[in-house]
Design a protein around this ligand. Structure first.
Ligand code: ADP
Ligand code: MN
Ligand code: MN
Ligand code: MN
Length: 362
């Protein structure tokens, strides 16, 4: 860590934990902006409902969309509609984090609100009990926009020792990763694990399996928490798919999927049928699998090439991987390795539903 930034997560937590004597609560409204980042602002709730806050108890709010490139200056109000509530790990009880959808003044979803469409697809096809599990890879940069811990000039030693590495010289910023993990668990984000990645300063966290729309909600909360924790350490979180050109791994958002039919005996034929459908819509999927993904999906560094669809058991150079365990049991799930780290999980889940089961009912 940069030594001037060395403030422990616990110290920060304590600083914010003072409870309000009058029963007020702070609500941090979080939304997705035009750059694939998250923004947030706070408001005071003067009472806490019995049984805790639910989205429907919380007021619709708004922000200046002209400042975030989400609306024109002469019609700049964008509405924030609360859709999910989580306990706030920074401020403690009774304070909350509120995930909000962005809506335009004319009653249409904002251009960057992909949740609305995803929600429709999820409810239309709810009978399949869709489970998603996403693996969010990311890179930590210092304030000079170099990957954290990289030499000021030149490069670290070639890849090899860093993946799941332990020890100085192999990994950096583990304190951020640990604090983020705990923040997710506190909040109820269904984080299922973390690991250091192949490129130094690159990490991954996994979220899931989640049912339906919960996948996008939890992944976005996980991203927000990561930015928020890393802020305290002077580290920038990058979701660029190919942060460093050359012989350095890119960053993905592998999407693992199963339906109820796939998870039980005989599931393999449903997995194979799904892969056939995915093959027929490769281009459409790539179109929403993240910007700059062509720099990452080269067919090298554990990826499949962007213009060809491929699949295989235990094959990390394919578009779709069937895990070895799934193949040997004959049921389970498959992994879509194509999405880039900066893709919107609502778009990944949405198009997967559409390709496998058809359009949403209005
Ligand atoms: P990898 O070997 O690809 O690095 P990880 O352990 O990082 O795998 O991630 C596996 C992901 O698969 C997790 O996000 C987990 O939630 C998800 N997953 C596990 N079982 C299922 C399932 N039946 N359906 C959907 N996703 C699943
Ligand atoms: Mn993984
Ligand atoms: Mn990975
Ligand atoms: Mn994976």
């Amino acid at each position: 860590m940069a030594d001037n930034q060395h403030v422990s997560y616990t110290e920060n937590l304590m600083k914010y934990m003072k409870l309000d004597q009058k029963g007020n609560a702070m609500a941090e409204y979080i939304w997705i902006d035009s750059t694939g980042g998250t923004r947030s602002k706070s408001r005071t709730m003067t009472s806490v409902p019995e049984g805790g806050f639910k989205p429907e108890d919380l007021p619709t709010w708004n922000f200046d969309g002209s400042s975030t490139d989400q609306a024109p200056g002469d019609n700049s109000d964008v509405y924030l509609k609360p859709v999910a509530v989580f306990p706030d790990p920074f401020r403690g009880v009774p304070n909350i984090l509120v995930l909000a959808e962005c809506w335009n003044a004319d009653g249409t979803p904002n251009k960057y609100n992909h949740r609305h469409e995803c929600e429709k697809l999820m409810s239309t096809h709810a009978a399949h009990k869709p489970w998603f599990g996403l693996e969010q890879e990311y890179t930590l940069f210092d304030m000079e926009d170099r990957p954290f811990g990289w030499p000021k000039a030149g490069f670290p030693a070639p890849q090899g020792p860093y993946y799941c590495g332990v020890g100085a010289g192999k990994v950096v910023c583990r304190d951020i990763v640990e604090a983020h993990y705990k923040a997710c668990l506190y909040t109820g984000v269904k984080i299922s694990g973390t690991n250091a990645e192949v490129m130094p300063a690159q990490w991954e966290f996994q979220v899931g399996p989640c049912l339906g729309i919960e996948m996008g909600d939890h992944l976005w909360l996980g991203r927000f928490l990561l930015h928020r924790v890393a802020e305290e350490f002077g580290a920038k979180v990058s979701f660029q798919p190919k942060p460093i050109p050359g012989d350095w791994n890119g960053a993905g958002l592998h999407s693992n999927y199963s339906s109820e039919e796939m998870r039980v005996e005989g599931g393999m034929k449903h997995i194979e049928a799904a892969i056939k459908k995915l093959e027929g819509r490769h281009k459409e999927h790539i179109a929403v699998y993240g910007e700059g993904n062509e720099l990452r999906l080269t067919g090298r560094h554990e990826t499949g090439a962007i213009d060809t669809f491929s699949y295989g058991v235990a094959n990390r150079g394919a578009s779709i991987r069937i895990p070895r365990e799934t193949a040997s049991k004959g049921y389970g799930y498959f992994e879509d390795r194509r999405p880039a780290s900066n893709a919107d999980p609502y778009q990944i889940c949405g198009i997967t539903m559409e390709t496998l089961y058809g359009a949403a009912k209005e």
